[in-house]
Design a protein. Structure first.
Length: 67
């Protein structure tokens, strides 16, 4: 249910806001991967969560582009 609320929140955002969210999520993913490579990351599940959020954002962007 948590992801459904997140998706609904994404659908209300403009294209520029979605692009900003996407850029921030990609930066966070890069930082998480870097921390994981240097054995500083405690919560490795966060990488998977951020990857899924990136996919959700990209899906909403493509849906808005089609509409």
């Amino acid at each position: 249910m948590k992801s459904n609320k997140y998706i609904e929140e994404l659908k209300t955002k403009s294209a520029d806001e979605l692009q900003q969210d996407l850029a921030m999520a990609k930066k966070e993913l890069f930082n998480l991967r870097f921390q994981n490579a240097t054995n500083q990351l405690d919560n490795t599940a966060r990488i998977r969560e951020v990857r899924k959020n990136i996919a959700r954002i990209q899906t909403v962007i493509s849906q808005q582009a089609r509409a």
